[in-house]
Design a protein around this ligand. Structure first.
Ligand code: CP3
Length: 346
């Protein structure tokens, strides 16, 4: 079976001899060939140039036997397409070119319908990768969740306490809803474009889903994700990654997504047991602690086996980390992780 077939079978919770494998942020800073290309062109140019984005997407697959390629891009292309650009600060983190202050700023964003044409370079990059993969490996598209994107747009960049977006949510709900509605419509148009360009699955990154109060997670984030899921073709593999939301995994499993990607704080096998039988089957993706890849190959092999064994007999597991790979990750550790997963048998 091809890697693509393996990946799609896992999304559909079919039994497999071993789980498929990919790694969040697999195209990135731990790879010397990525660093070299970035030194030459810069991040934003690589994102906006289909040939460069396709090249970076394929880099990790040339080195490791991953079953899926994830498009090299960023979640912040959506705010940019709506008229709010971004840059990286020298000291780390994101700075948006301005901050959304109120209703007028939200209404001044460009229409969602313009997003596909403004992000045509993403579709071109996906087509180039698809042609190269020829259906051997799965091709993943992605986007940020409406909530996570809104945090960057309202805070004006990376944030520590998320005070502005929370103030908007609690004190100016109609403006909050207008912004999240615009983002939701944009993401639906964007994901349809990615599917037309050949994406086999799409991951939604709700990276900041864990910062809103528990009783408000539904209204602030999950409700908008439900709308996106409902607008996808029937059965399309939508993957939801929401960091720090362990108490919401049951609700997420009923949101219309096919796969939950969970962080390392969760015991994956217990979660598999607790969501089984509650509605449509949902596959689980994860969830090794990314810092393990900064240790030694022997430690990585031990912990990888432990996770694989804990999920033995539970269909619908996609092996991954619990969050993105860190720049400090050692190539020998990534190699051992991949060897251990592809040689394991259920
Ligand atoms: O997984 C992949 O390999 C695909 C590429 C990808 C990138 N960003 C490339 C990237 C994906 C899926 C993302 C998603 C993304 N971008 C998220 C959600 C994912 C998560 O980890 O929760 C978020 C929050 C962003 C916004 C963003 N982009 C941040 C916070 C940063 C780091 C800024 C910093 O100061 O370090 C980025 C930059 C970024 N996006 C890099 C890469 C490879 C690093 C850029 C570099 O080379 O310096």
């Amino acid at each position: 079976m091809t890697s693509r077939e393996r990946f799609l079978a896992a999304c559909a919770c079919q039994p497999l001899d071993r789980p498929p494998l990919w790694i969040m942020r697999q195209a990135g800073r731990y790879l010397p060939e990525y660093a070299q290309l970035k030194a030459q062109h810069g991040f934003l140019k690589m994102v906006r140039t289909p040939e460069l984005a396709a090249e970076v997407t394929l880099q990790p697959l040339r080195r490791f036997p991953f079953d899926a390629a994830i498009l090299f891009s960023d979640i912040l292309v959506i705010p940019e397409a709506l008229g709010q650009g971004y840059r990286f600060k020298d000291e780390g983190g994101i700075a948006m070119e301005r901050r959304l202050e109120g209703r007028a700023d939200v209404e001044g964003l460009l229409p969602a319908a313009e997003v596909p044409s403004r992000l045509a370079y993403v579709a071109e990059a996906l087509c180039l990768v698809k042609r190269e993969l020829g259906g051997r490996s799965a091709l993943l598209g992605f986007g940020g969740s409406p909530w996570t994107l809104a945090t960057y747009m309202v805070e004006g960049g990376s944030s520590e306490h998320f005070g502005r977006i929370k103030e908007l949510f609690y004190a100016e709900r109609p403006v909050f809803d207008a912004l999240l509605g615009r983002l939701t419509d944009s993401l639906i148009a964007y994901f349809h474009m990615q599917i037309r360009a050949g994406a086999d699955a799409i991951q939604i990154f709700d990276s900041w889903g864990g910062v809103i109060a528990g009783p408000d997670y539904e209204a602030a984030s999950l409700a908008w994700i439900r709308r996106i899921a409902a607008a996808m073709p029937a059965g399309f593999p939508l993957i939801l990654y929401a960091k720090g939301t362990a108490s919401h995994h049951r609700a997420q499993a009923g949101a219309g997504v096919r796969v939950l990607s969970v962080d390392w704080t969760v015991d994956l096998a217990s979660l598999a047991g607790s969501i089984r039988g509650s509605g449509d089957p949902v596959a689980l993706q994860g969830n090794l602690d990314p810092t393990l890849l900064n240790t030694t190959p022997a430690v990585v092999e031990r912990e990888t086996r432990r996770l694989l064994e804990s999920m033995r007999g539970a269909p619908g597991h996609i092996f991954n980390l619990g969050h993105g790979i860190l720049p400090q990750a050692k190539l020998a550790c990534v190699e051992r992780l991949a060897e251990t997963v592809v040689n394991w048998r259920s």
